[in-house]
Ligand binder design. Structure first.
Ligand code: ADP
Ligand code: MG
Length: 694
């Protein structure tokens, strides 16, 4: 349960003055629906209105606050000319200019003969001074309320700065005094203020420097967020480690036979990973290891080795994939080995229902299944193992921490966990996502891969591409054609893919298939099977093929609107080809005009095939939040921290979290109680629940 002291922060923004349902929708768009979301909505600019020149001294282009006398009104001359109000002071004249203004409004604000304080950007016009649509027009007595340094917030159409600032001011005034969760030494060494003061300070910048990530108030808030993140991860890890693992050694018999069955030798990197995993499994501690390897690095066979350790011990292994297609594919990849080794390998997906499903579950519970491959279906409550010892989780970034926990608690006893990811996540991000999981990295690709020829061209040349595709298909090549993510909507994406599919079918006939996320699982499988079998020459799809699909004969990848994809995603997509012996190519079609960053990004993809380098570049060019397209990455989205700018705070937060939990694993001390509040503040409620459930 969220503590009462946070209730006001977690109330709807409609509890703030001036925020009704309509405004709430707009606030939600820029910040979020809760008061706390609005508090995290920090200014991105600052306007200094303290400059108070007289008219003759007011420089054009600068924001200033002036005290003027209203001399006369000049109505518009024509439909597009503005309404002008002529003003003066002892040093000169200035016009206030209004476009499309209502006469009565201007007249009421600026009656002739009155003295007014106006604030805005001074402009020069035909040698004179003017100000278009002043930001403020107030009476002389109110001058002090205008002559301030004002924060500037990101807005959305229809949301006025005044409304936003008013709501924010109320929110900041009503901030609860939260117990301090940072050590006094931390506060003093950084020169940090208490949380509420820091938040208020972050909303009251005095100069542009206060907006920088290294401003003390911003650093304090960032640290809080990072600490919440690291503490939550540490709690999950502690929970998963608490139950001592079991020592799984295996006699090595199955692994030895596997080596004979494999048509290739393991790379050194694979060999190393296999050994690291074997050591972890043999130790009585629970394994929590991340197997990170670029696309095509050969993670599957490493995972198979791990699963064989469990099976050699007479226990079971589960292999969880993020999509139906991938689960099926892993199953097919593993099948020949399972047959060769005499293993009982089964597949369970959302499509399995009724009696066959019940029969499979019975086998599983009786220990008649050695390895179970599947999708989220593996997480359902009635899926019970006789003796689950190892969970392999593929493409982990699509699964949340909770799902990891669910699977690892299905063994009855402790379950070792091996997480595989093809996403080359830079080190800093690995920390925020996986905490301090042990990492095995496949930094070497199997030999014999031909490099992929990558080219970028404007989509005006699509006709050439289609013709080239026609020639390649006539020679027996297979190609992927990926349509872009138009919106955050599968429906719209699907429509774009359908259109392209229809176009290409007109050219190449029935050998063009279509795959998108709106299709039923069975339809998707059928299409995939036809592509694998070579019946389809071209597969038009949305990004559903992004992860893992392995069709060695496919040698051409066309990506439309490549500029809309993340670099990591492009790299993943390109990794779908170049898996066989044929020379492969990847064509990145881009829409015009192409922005500066987009150009650079396409250049990175063209110039290198190193997934880690690409990820680092992507981080540099786009910032961490966007890196993987957060929608599907499951990476924590930081509101206040910037993992690049606050990298050293992340390391510190990690140490802080570790030392807190070492002294106070249940967060029962006074500081522990404050840290619980911190976890709730950053919505790490599930981590607090772990404490409760012990
Ligand atoms: P990943 O999952 O890391 O993207 P996969 O496990 O799907 O890669 O392997 C990609 C391809 O490389 C598969 O066809 C696999 O059979 C092959 N492969 C894996 N290891 C080796 C190796 N050591 N030598 C040659 N081919 C390999
Ligand atoms: Mg794979």
């Amino acid at each position: 349960m969220r503590p009462e002291i946070l209730f006001r922060l977690f109330a709807s923004v409609t509890t703030l003055p001036g925020v009704g349902p309509r405004v709430a929708k707009l606030v939600e768009r820029v910040a979020g629906e809760k008061v706390v979301d609005l508090c995290w909505h920090l200014p991105t600019g600052v306007v200094d209105r303290r400059f108070n020149p007289n008219i003759a001294e007011a420089p054009a282009g600068r924001v200033a606050t002036l005290t003027v006398r209203v001399d006369s009104h000049e109505k518009p001359h024509g439909p597009r000319s503005p309404y002008r109000v002529l003003c003066s002071d002892d040093t000169g004249f200035m016009a206030l200019v209004f476009f499309n203004a209502r006469d009565d409004y201007v007249r009421r604000m600026l009656p002739e003969g009155s003295v007014r304080v106006v604030s805005g950007t001074v402009e020069e016009f035909h040698g004179g001074r003017q100000m278009t649509h002043p930001d403020y027009i107030v009476h002389l007595e109110e001058k002090a309320t205008v002559q301030i340094v004002e924060p500037v917030y990101p807005l959305t159409a229809g949301l006025s700065p005044k409304v936003l600032v008013k709501a924010l001011r109320a929110a900041l005034q009503g901030l609860p005094e939260l117990p301090e969760w940072l050590e006094p030494a931390t506060l003093s060494s950084h020169g940090w203020q208490p949380w509420a003061d820091s938040l208020r300070a972050a909303h009251s910048p005095e100069s542009a420097g206060d907006l920088e990530p290294d401003a003390p108030a911003r650093r304090r808030l960032a640290y809080d967020e990072l600490l919440a993140n690291q503490l939550a991860l540490a709690l999950v890890r502690a929970r998963m480690r608490r139950a001592r693992g079991r020592a799984l050694k295996g006699d090595g018999a199955l692994r030895a036979r596997l080596r004979d069955l494999l048509p290739y030798r393991l790379t050194n990197a694979q060999q190393r990973a296999v050994e690291e995993i074997a050591v972890d499994m043999a130790s009585p501690d629970r394994m929590l290891r991340l197997l990170q390897g670029d696309v095509g690095a050969g993670k599957t066979v490493v995972a198979l080795h791990a699963m064989l350790v469990a099976v050699e011990e007479g226990a079971q292994a589960a292999f969880l994939a993020p999509t139906e297609i991938l689960a099926r594919q892993h199953f097919e990849t593993l099948r020949p080995f399972a047959e060769g080794l005499g293993l009982r390998l089964r597949l369970l997906t959302g499509r399995d229902k009724g009696r066959p499903r019940a029969a499979l579950l019975a086998e599983l519970a009786a220990g008649e299944v050695d390895i179970l491959v599947g999708t989220h279906a593996l997480l359902q409550e009635d899926v019970v193992y006789r003796d689950l010892a190892l969970a392999v989780i593929d493409e982990q970034h699509r699964f949340g921490v909770h799902q990891r926990l669910t699977l690892s608690s299905k063994g009855g006893g402790p379950v070792d966990v091996l997480v595989m990811t093809a996403t080359p996540i830079p080190r800093t991000l690995t920390l925020t996502t996986y905490g301090d999981m042990d990492v095995s990295r496949l930094d070497e690709k199997p030999p014999g891969r031909t490099p992929i020829d990558t080219r970028a061209m404007p989509d005006s040349r699509i006709e050439e591409v289609v013709e080239g595709l026609g020639r390649a298909v006539a020679r027996g090549a297979q190609a992927y054609w990926v349509c872009p993510l138009v919106e955050e909507s599968e429906t719209v994406d699907a429509a774009a893919a359908e259109q392209r599919h229809a176009d290409l079918q007109r050219r190449f006939g029935e050998r063009v298939g279509l795959l998108h996320g709106r299709m039923k699982a069975a339809e998707k499988d059928a299409v995939m099977e036809r592509f694998v079998a070579g019946e389809l020459a071209v597969l038009v799809s949305t990004t559903v093929i992004e992860v893992g699909v392995d069709v060695p004969n496919a040698s051409i990848m066309v990506i439309e609107h490549a500029e809309r994809f993340g670099l990591a995603q492009l790299h993943q997509l390109r990794g779908r080809v170049g898996r066989g012996s044929a020379r492969s190519s990847c064509i990145l079609l881009y829409g015009m005009p192409l922005g500066e960053t987009a150009q650079q990004r396409l250049k990175v993809i063209r110039d290198t095939d190193d997934g880690f380098l690409i990820a680092e570049e992507d981080l540099r060019l786009r910032g961490a939040g966007e890196l993987l397209g957060t929608r599907q990455s499951g990476l924590p989205e930081f509101r206040l921290a910037d993992v690049e700018a606050h990298g050293e705070l992340l390391a510190q937060a990690r140490e802080d979290a570790a030392s807190v939990l070492a002294d106070d694993p249940e967060l029962k001390s006074q500081r522990g109680a404050a840290l619980r509040v911190l976890l709730y503040l950053f919505e790490r409620d599930s981590a607090v629940r772990l404490l409760a459930s012990g």
